[in-house]
Design a protein around this ligand. Structure first.
Ligand code: KIV
Ligand code: ZN
Length: 520
């Protein structure tokens, strides 16, 4: 095999990914994702934006203290207080990094109303300041791909002289295309004095669907760090998907001779965890980690696959951590079989959690003859969407619906440890159930999206329900699964309300008074 060049993987799921409206993650969830990223072999984890909130700061600091191998990076704008706060959050990491940025394109320069010279001086001062605190400093000219090239060269040279060790080239609005992306890196390497002493990074957004192609094109021209997120999570159309660049370099190492440290067999698991935690489901036909990425539906494909799997498969499901078999479990399956299946699916769980899951599994098996992989994943989604620490929990629900008249619901919630029971009516069973929740919990959040999909075939299939709610411009998502669609819907709605409370806490709002009517 020809010589391979090492590429650094910089994951920003917890920063740029979490910035995606609605992708709220709790402190514990962020720590779990950071752990999975580290175990998978990510080189640098951008853990958050420490000055953004107390919650962000605490999460970055906890990840910095806990992470074993990866460098831990925090984001800071171009000012001393941002940089101080960032350093405070990352400094206990084994390998701390400060990432500071400023928008350099004409549109971005106009916002702080700085001249080119004033901005250049600000870059000099802030990068110097960061480098005096930390040996590993990354600097980004935001909107680099729409910045005048002469000016871009000038400010990058200043940042290198001031001590930046990595220069990141963000395509902030997903505007570039592959040839332009590689030409830009080649030009910078050629023209900027000192460019050979630092690492160039590529940071692409996917607005035109070219983020992966643009990242790989930048690498071909000499970039040695790819910035990406799991499932391509990120604002608008998202960021470069980590799983795509990793598998592209693995599968096409003949023409893309680049090597990452990523253990690709861990991709599927982390993809599922990020989807569940962020509330952003992975589209079925998503490359590498979509439900259909390895499914062969048509007769011709199935015939070819049976004769020789290479006819229609360029990578094996096991390469990304998908078990080859969709082994069916049933009500006679024991705890050991359940644990082994969950381990295959990437869920490592302790004995206590297994006990809980086993009870839920048995209940599901009583209702549903065969339990497939997707049923177990749905069960795990449901499990993680309801925590004992949730302030609002669904205790019981009964709904009567049918032709001729409004549906009625009887709901009991546990709110801050107290039982609240209520009856409500509605236009259909889901409306009646949501009205019942609303008559116990008063809130001003607006339901923006309500989505149901069946996990497997058959009328006894579990339904996964996703909801999205909006309150004062802040989005919160919820998910749940059950063979009863109305129960799943109610739990998903309550899950979103619980996340809304976490979000309120994050922005420093008082959460002490979620008001509820005393309906018991
Ligand atoms: O897209 C972008 O420009 C960013 C910067 C903060 C690096 O995320
Ligand atoms: Zn970005």
């Amino acid at each position: 095999m020809s010589k391979q060049t090492d590429i650094l993987i910089f994951d920003t799921t917890l920063r740029d990914g979490e910035q995606s409206p609605g992708a709220t993650m709790s402190h514990v969830e962020k720590l779990e994702i950071a752990d999975l990223l580290d175990e998978m072999g990510v080189d640098i984890i951008e853990a958050g934006f420490p000055i953004a909130s107390e919650g962000d700061f605490e999460a970055v600091r906890a990840i910095a203290c806990k992470t074993k191998v990866a460098s831990i990076c925090g984001l800071a704008r171009a000012n001393f207080s941002d940089i101080d706060r960032c350093w405070e959050a990352v400094r206990l990491a084994r390998r701390p990094r400060i990432h500071t940025f400023i928008g350099t394109s004409p549109l971005h320069r106009a916002i702080p109303n700085l001249t080119m010279d004033e901005m250049a001086e600000k870059i000099n001062q802030t990068v110097t300041y960061a480098r005096n605190l930390c040996d590993d400093v990354q600097w980004s000219p935001m909107d680099a791909t729409r910045t005048e090239q002469d000016y871009l060269c000038r400010v990058i040279e200043i940042a290198i002289k001031a001590g930046a060790t990595t220069i990141n080239i963000p395509d902030t609005v997903g505007y570039t295309a592959p040839t332009e992306s590689s030409n830009l890196i080649a030009m910078l390497l050629d023209k900027v004095p000192g460019a050979d002493s630092i690492v160039f990074a590529t940071h692409c957004h996917n607005d035109l669907g070219m983020a992966t192609a643009n990242s790989l094109a930048a690498v071909e021209a000499g970039a040695r760090q790819i910035e990406c997120t799991i499932n391509g999570l990120g604002e608008r159309a998202g960021n470069t998907a980590l799983e795509e660049v990793v598998m592209a370099t693995k599968v096409r190492s003949d023409i893309l001779p680049y090597r990452t440290r990523i253990d690709s067999t861990k991709l599927m698991n982390i993809s599922r965890r990020v989807a569940t935690i962020s509330g952003f489901p992975v589209q079925f036909n998503k490359a590498i980690v979509g439900k259909n990425a390895f499914a062969h539906e048509s007769g011709i494909h199935q015939d070819g696959m049976l004769k020789n799997s290479k006819t229609f498969e360029i990578m094996r499901p096991a390469d990304v951590g998908l078990s080859d078999t969709n082994l069916v479990l049933g009500k006679h399956s024991g705890r050991a079989a359940l644990r082994s299946k969950l381990t295959d699916l990437g869920y490592e769980i302790g004995d206590n959690k297994l006990k809980d899951i086993f009870v839920r599994f048995k209940a599901l098996a009583d209702r549903k003859k065969e339990i497939f992989d997707d049923d177990l994943i749905a069960l795990m989604i449901d499990q993680s969407s309801s925590e004992e620490s949730d302030r609002i929990q669904v205790k019981s629900l009964k709904v009567v619906c049918g032709t001729g008249g409004p549906s009625t619901s009887e709901l009991t919630l546990i709110v801050d440890g107290k039982e609240k029971a209520v009856k409500a009516i509605g236009d259909g069973p889901v409306d009646a159930a949501f009205n019942a929740v609303n008559s116990i919990i008063s809130h001003t959040a607006r339901l923006q999206l309500y989505q149901v999909h069946a996990v497997t075939e058959g009328t006894d299939a579990q339904a996964i329900v996703s909801v999205k709610m909006e309150e004062n411009g802040k989005i919160s998502t919820g998910e749940s699964a059950d063979t009863d669609t109305v129960v799943a819907s109610t739990k998903a709605y309550v899950n979103a309300l619980n996340r809304l409370l976490i979000r309120r806490q994050k922005v420093g709002l008082d959460i002490a008074d979620i008001s509820y009517k005393d309906a018991s």
